[in-house]
Design a protein. Structure first.
Length: 296
């Protein structure tokens, strides 16, 4: 089910379309991905990706004449749901579905995006679409978003869980916008505990259990490399002339940056050839360093 030459296809094609099951399709355009489910009367779209409404409509038209009749907001991050206005205009009467956590967050932050027309109650933690049950698995850790969750398309073997695992590559820069490293590994374990065969990660390739195993291994190696760096990179590294600075701030920030560089080089022999390694790992190592430095 893996898509070959995915990067090249993202920069040379309007979109990428892959069939996962008899009714579920994997979509990606300009490195943003999702899935949609084709029912008997309409289509359920998971996330209205920003700037990709026309490509989504074109991909759906490739496999069915049915309209989009429901859109799920996976979480309140605009890059994953800001395509909603265009899709709602093109599909009058479409259901817009979100968890109570997402609806509350949109209200709290004054979102300028269309509000959900249906809210998934926490006690229900599921919704139905033409006989398909979609089960919500809220995340216990607020590592990526305050309202983040995984969505299991029961009976299909597919889970939609954007921005945690990017299949076929190490974790994205800053752990995909996470506020910190604490809890990130817990999300990986939560995802692995769910029932699925194919993972839609919002970015990267079609995911499998092997991708979860790779993340476990990488995070373990990253923590070990950072731990070694914390013990070997001397305090004050990165500050060439302490007398020339007028605050203690650069001592920590520069030291953590040096720790991140050291850990990255430690990992390079094993992971350096992986997609995005050079651009993501130093920042991720810094975040792990702050976590390990703070919680001893």
């Amino acid at each position: 089910m893996k898509i070959e030459k995915l990067y090249t296809k993202n920069v040379t094609q309007d979109y990428i379309l892959q069939r996962l099951t008899d009714r579920v399709y994997f979509f990606q355009s300009q490195f943003y991905g999702t899935v949609f489910y084709v029912g008997d009367e309409g289509v359920l779209l998971f996330d209205a990706l920003e700037g990709r409404s026309a490509a989504i409509e074109a991909a759906i038209d490739k496999v069915t004449d049915l309209p989009i009749t429901a859109i799920l907001y996976s979480h309140d991050h605009a890059d994953h749901i800001a395509g909603a206005p265009a899709l709602i205009d093109a599909n009058p009467g479409v259901r817009v579905i979100a968890t109570q956590a997402t609806a509350d967050l949109m209200e709290r932050l004054g979102s300028n995006l269309p509000r959900p027309t249906e809210v998934i109650a926490p006690e229900t933690a599921s919704f139905t679409f033409e006989g398909l049950t979609v089960r919500v698995a809220p995340f216990e850790a607020e590592t990526h978003a305050h309202d983040h969750a995984a969505y299991v398309l029961e009976g299909t073997g597919v889970v939609h869980v954007p921005d945690v695992i990017n299949p076929d590559q190490p974790p994205f820069w800053s752990f995909a916008g996470a506020e910190g490293y604490m809890g990130y590994r817990d999300l990986i374990e939560q995802i692995d505990a769910l029932e699925w065969d194919y993972l839609s990660g919002g970015h990267g390739n079609v995911g499998s259990r092997a991708d979860v195993a790779f993340y476990r291994q990488f995070l373990g190696d990253l923590e070990a490399a950072v731990g070694e760096a914390l013990g070997s990179v001397p305090w004050g590294a990165g500050v060439e002339d302490p007398a020339a600075v007028n605050a203690h701030t650069p001592f920590l920030s520069n030291w953590i940056a040096e720790v991140g560089k050291h850990a990255t080089e430690t990992l390079r022999p094993k992971y350096g050839a992986y997609y995005g390694f050079d651009h993501a790992t130093p920042k991720n190592a810094e975040m792990v360093a702050m976590y390990l430095f703070s919680y001893r």
